[in-house]
Ligand binder design. Structure first.
Ligand code: 5GP
Ligand code: MG
Length: 193
């Protein structure tokens, strides 16, 4: 059978996290988040999940479907790696569709924690809405000093400080639909290193 992937596969240098690893870790995280929430005083209102677009869209959609509990979904658009940049340019808030967060337990879901500037910006902004609590969940955390210093309640995987794509993460908005988390060959990334 002919296999057409628009050259995505040949751009991959190394698979860092496989789709099978992601699938099982997402289930574990979901169970842990639900169990932690059940320990809170019951309010019957569930939680509000805030997905940080665009990178968290795939992780968040898998995570929330693994959480059999009452929830609302909100969206925040944040840009930190515009276009072909592979280093953070500082987080900037682009869109805000959170719904009313007053008195609610909020869970921010992001793809990856690197410098921490995205989570810092987002948590600060959400706290202005007087929520009952704000926690954060990231699929990936880079092994950087800044990432280690950033408060985050749930982490899927710790990974080396390398530029990765796939499972929602992009390079110039491509590769988000790869099912594994991978590094790209150097030739593919203009201006890396
Ligand atoms: P931070 O604000 O913590 O420095 O970085 C978080 C954001 O930067 C992530 O939501 C993601 O959009 C982007 N980012 C950080 N590291 C990577 C990476 O290795 N690959 C990709 N594609 N995006 C990254
Ligand atoms: Mg992002």
């Amino acid at each position: 059978m002919m296999h057409r992937t628009g050259q995505m596969d040949s751009d991959i240098a190394r698979v860092v996290i496989t789709r099978a690893q992601i699938e099982s870790r997402v289930r574990e995280l979901a169970e842990q988040i639900v169990a932690d929430h059940e320990r809170l005083p019951a309010d019957g209102e569930g939680i509000t999940i805030i997905a940080v677009l665009t990178g968290a869209m795939i992780f968040c959609s898998d995570l929330m479907r693994a959480m059999p509990m009452r929830m609302k979904i909100g969206l925040l658009g944040v840009s930190s790696y515009p276009g072909t940049s592979v280093r953070t340019q500082g987080a900037r808030l682009l869109t805000e569709r959170t719904g009313d967060l007053r008195g609610r337990h909020v869970l921010v879901v992001d793809d990856i924690l690197d410098s921490g500037s995205t989570l810092h910006l987002v948590k600060g902004m959400l706290n202005e809405h007087s929520p009952a609590s704000v926690k954060a969940c990231v699929l990936l955390r880079k092994q950087t000093e800044q990432a280690r210093r950033t408060a985050v309640e749930y982490v899927g995987f710790d990974i080396p400080d390398e530029f990765v794509v796939g499972y929602g993460l992009d390079y110039d908005d491509y590769y988000r639909n790869l099912r594994d988390v991978v590094t790209l060959r150097r030739e593919v990334i203009a201006g890396l290193g």
